[in-house]
Ligand binder design. Structure first.
Ligand code: NIG
Ligand code: FE
Length: 417
């Protein structure tokens, strides 16, 4: 039976050019005021003014959801996250507030390595249980697709454990999960003085096994001179690509290494963070197909003020996506609405540009824009109903959850109250 979502105060369709939105198209929401969506099974059958769709279903008796006075939009596509971890790092949070730098914590054996120790000590079933609760929170906040990284195992057994958790979670949640192998996240303790050997382990053992078992679709590296250099990253990426994995990178987050430019050369689907990107690399990016995924949650949480140059990127014509980077060290939020607020207030993205960045451009950053990220006939019926009259109120009323209902493949997967 058909399902009619009608009426709503604004339907953000995100209809438009099939390529990633860049430049002046970055803010194209294609809004239908007083709109409606007609859904058949998992798929959007029609969108249009409520009056028109009401006329179309006259005589039939579709199921109905009213979104009166609300904004209806595509579910958020969160294209960068690290949600499978064993414990929170609130102790480090306090250290950071008191003035210790994120890098200092990492150098003294904390940071990512403290999450690695905890994951190694935690059973797969416990990780599953912890993660399941977190994934439910994503749906409650309107996210319907989520990239999920490994990277807290850093040995064959534990990286596989994390990616198997993702595989098992996918059987238990309607949230769409896209797995990324992040073995090159840090150098594990036992390889501290033998980085070469660790890279060999990643390229010669982990990547072939993980790609062979289809445990990941993408491969990511934390490119940072003190962690993985440009050359080392290239080795990992070449191995990953030869095994059929697509590339995405943590680039130019803490220092200006030229990682974004390397990403373009390696045909990365996305280069992420970019707080320190060089102005000349913005030009290189603008001439490529690589998407810039900005993660302002980490800058906010670490109490820093150097956000990625979103305006310069958009003005240069680089397609920009936004994601939570949900992780226990630098960005413990899973709320894409909060990311919209930070992007608008701190990076001067307009609310429309930011919404494009969290939906259709996020879908492009995960190579799924033919199926999700906008509300158009033929696409998957992934949408959320926001309890606001105008889309600008989503970032404006910040720090709260406006999501009233989330639909995944035409099915209600979250409903408030
Ligand atoms: O994207 N930069 C590396 N990875 C994460 C942080 C992970 C952590 O601190 O646990 C990031 O910020
Ligand atoms: Fe990250």
């Amino acid at each position: 039976m058909d399902l009619l979502v009608s009426p709503c105060s604004q339907l953000l369709t995100l209809l438009g050019n099939p390529s990633p939105r860049r430049g002046s198209c970055q803010g194209e929401l294609s809004i239908i005021p007083d709109g409606a969506v007609l859904i058949e099974d998992e798929t959007i059958k029609a969108i249009g003014p409520a009056k028109e769709l009401e006329g179309r279903v006259a005589g039939t008796r579709p199921n109905r959801i009213s979104a009166e006075g609300c904004v209806v939009m595509p579910g958020f596509v969160d294209s960068h996250s690290h949600p499978i971890f064993a414990r929170s790092r609130h102790d480090e949070y306090e250290l950071i507030i008191r003035g210790t730098r994120y890098q200092e914590i990492a150098e003294s054996g904390g940071g990512i390595l403290s999450s690695v120790r905890a994951v190694r000590e935690t059973s797969k079933s416990r990780l599953l249980e912890l993660s399941r609760t977190r994934l439910a929170r994503f749906l409650e906040h309107g996210t319907t697709a989520l990239e999920v990284k490994s990277g807290y195992g850093l040995d064959l057994e534990n990286e596989i454990k994390l990616l198997e958790v993702v595989q098992d979670l996918q059987k238990a949640t309607p949230l769409e999960l896209i797995p990324t192998f992040l073995g090159a996240h840090e150098i594990p303790e036992e390889y501290r003085s033998r980085k070469r050997q660790y890279i060999e382990l990643v390229t010669e053992q982990m990547i072939p096994v993980i790609a062979g078992r289809h445990l990941a679709e993408f491969c990511d590296c934390f490119v940072e001179p003190s962690i993985f250099s440009l050359e080392e990253t290239e080795q990992v990426c070449i191995s990953a690509r030869s095994q059929g994995l697509k590339i995405r990178l943590h680039a130019d987050q803490l220092s200006r290494s030229g990682a974004a430019r390397l990403g373009v050369r390696l045909k990365a689907v996305s280069v992420d963070h970019l707080e320190q990107i060089l102005p000349e690399d913005i030009q290189v990016l603008s001439k490529s197909a690589t998407i810039a995924t900005l993660l302002p949650g980490s800058v906010f949480h670490l109490g820093l003020n150097h956000y990625a140059p979103a305006r310069a990127l958009i003005d240069a014509g680089v397609p920009v996506a936004l994601a939570t980077d949900f992780n226990p060290g630098s960005s413990p939020t899973l709320n894409m609405q909060m990311i919209l607020s930070i992007a608008c207030a701190q990076m001067r993205m307009t609310p429309a540009e930011a919404i494009v960045a969290t939906t259709i451009n996020g879908a492009h950053a995960l190579c799924r824009a033919n199926r999700i990220g906008s509300l158009e006939p033929g696409k998957q019926a992934d949408l959320c109903i926001m309890d606001v009259e105008d889309y600008r109120q989503i970032p404006y009323f910040f720090g709260m959850n406006h999501c009233k209902m989330t639909l995944k493949k035409g099915r209600i997967v979250y409903q408030r109250g």
